[in-house]
Write a protein that binds this ligand. Structure first.
Ligand code: SF4
Length: 482
């Protein structure tokens, strides 16, 4: 049995406005690397400017970033509890009419391994989730033109009828934008049309929106990697509609491909700006972003991943990475500013991942939760993420299809997840989608405390890294030219 959710002390998302409404004036003249300034940022007394965030990404020692991101995290979340959720990723279809170059998951509708799960298959997955104490499903899919609105409405209603307490976290903004194209709802603006569809899905059982499809917002990058996917403004507008309807959402960023460091900061700045707007409306009946999760691009089996890495050719590393030449903090970078832009990737390793996550914790002062991405980085780096600004370990992983199609992802049960949190020096706690603590794992009954033989809890990988083929650029002519 789950413990009663605490209403008095739980670090709920409704606490976020308290952060944002305090006078967080940027101090543009301050040196971002000054320890006193960073301490003020960490304590929530001053707001980082985009330029200062870029300075940190470029120049701050990793340890400094970790130290102050951790202080920021402790200021918001205390020294004790770090959370996780038990949910299940259900990818209801892999049929998709977009062709993102980083995606190994999508299929055309007539491919032999294209699929759309029927309701009973989805219910069977939920049964397995409920059996291990799961509280929510994360349901996302390709953008499948064969599915009518009624399919989604009936699906949501069937889930809520059978599992009334299950939280349905589903349909990222790119899916909503395609719903508008597929269903042609009434309305004069895109926002009106999204609203028309979203309100029906909400009434049918949709509880909140995941931040999938964020990738990188800068147009020059997005046009290269997200072929057929909505632009950043549409993505953000979709989330604004969800907030207007009182729903909480998350935001994501996928980095470590063709983008420059300034693109990462621009991405976070757009999220922060929209969060300020959402929070300025107040909290009664309004939603906002509750979490930000970033992860590095996984290259296997993807057209983007077959691009050569920057530095493979002699002398390249003496020159700036093309993405950094193009990237601008205001998002106005033009692909024409470097002939090799979009033709080389700069993959992110553990250090780059931790740096980026730490900067996100310091920069996104109005977002409550920063999630660690052990799914792509592996459990030890995910655990390290708790010292680099993350307060949340995400979900026990029963199933994952999208990222694992493009590289190694890992599968963790609750005992291993709890052990990772505890070994990092914190008390693990199961949370719900609102970041309310459901159960603090501080007793002998905790999942990890009951394990006597950890050899039976080895961390299985969902996909294995394949050897990377030598640079053979196989982006389509269209993809490379955009
Ligand atoms: S990432 Fe999503 S939208 Fe893009 S091709 Fe893959 S399934 Fe489709």
């Amino acid at each position: 049995m789950l413990q009663e959710a605490s209403t008095s002390t739980s670090p709920i998302a409704r606490d976020v406005p308290r952060i944002a409404h305090e006078a967080l004036k940027p101090h543009e003249s301050c040196n971002a690397l000054d320890a006193g300034f960073l301490e003020a940022v960490a304590l929530g007394e001053v707001r980082l400017t985009p330029q200062q965030a870029l300075d940190l990404l470029q120049h701050a020692p990793l340890h400094t970033l970790g130290r102050f991101a951790d202080l920021r995290c402790r200021t918001l979340h205390g020294d004790s509890i770090r959370t996780y959720v038990i949910d299940r990723n259900i990818n209801y279809t892999n049929v998709c009419n977009a062709k993102c170059t980083f995606c190994a998951f999508r299929r055309d509708g007539d491919e032999h391994d294209a699929y759309t799960l029927n309701y009973s298959a989805i219910h069977a997955k939920i049964d397995e989730l409920v059996a291990i104490g799961g509280t929510q499903i994360l349901m996302q899919g390709g953008m499948n033109p064969a599915l009518p609105l009624e399919w989604y409405l009936d699906l949501l209603q069937s889930i809520k009828a059978k599992y009334p307490h299950l939280h349905v976290h589903a349909f990222s903004p790119p899916e909503f934008i395609e719903f508008v194209h597929f269903f042609n709802p009434p309305g004069t603006t895109l926002r009106d049309k999204i609203y028309h569809v979203m309100v029906q899905l909400k009434e049918a059982g949709l509880d909140s929106l995941p931040g999938g499809g964020g990738e990188i917002f800068a147009p020059a990058v997005r046009r290269k990697i997200g072929l057929g996917k909505c632009d950043a403004t549409a993505w953000l507008d979709c989330m604004s509609v969800a907030h207007e309807l009182g729903m909480f959402t998350s935001a994501t960023m996928m980095f470590g491909h063709i983008e420059g460091l300034a693109d990462r900061v621009h991405h976070m700045a757009r999220v922060r700006e929209r969060q300020d707007e959402a929070l300025s409306r107040g909290v009664d009946g309004w939603g906002h972003y509750t979490a930000f999760i970033s992860w590095p691009f996984q290259r296997e089996n993807t057209p983007l991943g077959r691009l050569p890495e920057w530095g493979e050719q002699e002398g390249e590393l003496d020159a700036p990475f093309p993405g950094d030449v193009v990237a601008k903090l205001d998002g106005t970078g033009k692909k024409t500013e470097h002939t090799e832009f979009g033709r080389r990737v700069r993959l992110a390793g553990a250090s780059d991942y931790l740096r980026t996550q730490a900067v996100s914790r310091l920069f996104l002062d109005n977002i409550y939760s920063i999630g660690s991405s052990w799914v792509t980085m592996g459990p030890p780096i995910g655990q390290m993420g708790l010292m680099y600004g993350a307060n949340d370990m995400g979900s026990v992983m029963m199933e994952e299809n999208v990222v694992s199609s493009a590289g190694t992802t890992y599968c963790l049960n609750e005992a291993v997840l709890c052990r990772l949190v505890r070994d990092a020096g914190f008390v693990p706690a199961q949370r719900d989608n609102f970041y309310d603590v459901l159960r603090v794992q501080d007793g002998a009954a905790s999942p990890d405390q009951q394990v006597r033989d950890w050899s039976k809890h080895r961390v299985p990988r969902l996909a294995q890294h394949a050897p990377i083929a030598k640079p053979t650029v196989t982006l389509t002519a269209t993809a490379a030219a955009r």
